[in-house]
Design a protein around this ligand. Structure first.
Ligand SMILES: CC(C)(COP(=O)(O)OP(=O)(O)OC[C@H]1O[C@@H](n2cnc3c(N)ncnc32)[C@H](O)[C@@H]1OP(=O)(O)O)[C@@H](O)C(=O)NCCC(=O)NCCS
Length: 173
């Protein structure tokens, strides 16, 4: 893990509950800027759901990186998830809602957060970690693939007609 690109970078830490609204704002702003000229019908609802997801108490950990005295990047590390029937739909932890403020990009912050999630998943005894991405996030998709994330079509879902959210899994050695 290299922090050379950003002198003074503090280690990844877990955010406290009082910081969750700020993380919600950061993430909504970052994902709002990703909307294409003709976003899928579910996109507005998706943006609304982001703030709710990030501010409601749950089992997920909210990991952040600070720079210049504020949160510059964040990610949600979720435990394995159950479907509506209680059946385990994804038996692995999932990294979600990775967001880096636009003025702090290309400094390795996303890499730090991804590695922190992988390290925690390993420590929790899992041999793989998962995530989802879409065609609206080509930089992230390429970054995950370079980091060893493999397509896992069994995790795909389609929130709107013709708009597929792609599942990925990375084995943790
Ligand atoms: C994608 C995103 C998280 C990357 O954050 P970042 O802190 O700039 O990424 P890093 O500096 O850690 O770089 C990670 C890798 O992506 C590459 N990269 C980052 N931005 C890039 C860009 N605009 N174009 C090409 N490559 C880019 C880096 O070179 C680096 O490559 P490496 O893995 O070979 O080292 C950030 O651009 C972002 O928040 N985008 C919008 C939200 C998003 O897409 N989230 C992911 C949802 S699945």
């Amino acid at each position: 893990m290299s922090t050379d690109r950003t002198p003074g970078l503090r280690p990844v830490r877990e955010a406290g509950m009082a910081e969750w609204p700020a993380i919600g704002e950061l993430t909504t702003e970052v994902y709002g800027a990703l909307a294409p000229s003709s976003p899928p019908p579910s996109w507005t609802e998706y943006l609304t759901s982001i703030a709710v997801t990030l501010t409601q108490p749950d089992q997920a950990r909210r990991l952040v990186v600070d720079l210049d005295g504020r949160i510059a990047a964040s990610v949600l590390l979720c435990p394995p998830s159950s479907g509506p029937t209680g059946r385990l739909e994804n038996p692995y932890p999932e990294l979600r809602l990775l967001a880096v403020r636009s003025d702090y990009r290309r400094r390795g912050l996303a890499g730090l957060l991804i590695e922190a999630c992988e390290q925690r998943a390993r420590q929790d005894g899992y041999d793989a970690i998962t995530l989802h991405t879409t065609s609206l996030m080509p930089t992230a998709k390429a970054m995950y693939e370079r980091r060893g994330y493999l397509r896992a079509p069994g995790l795909d879902f389609e929130p709107g007609p013709g708009f597929v959210v792609w599942g990925y899994r990375r084995p943790l050695a």
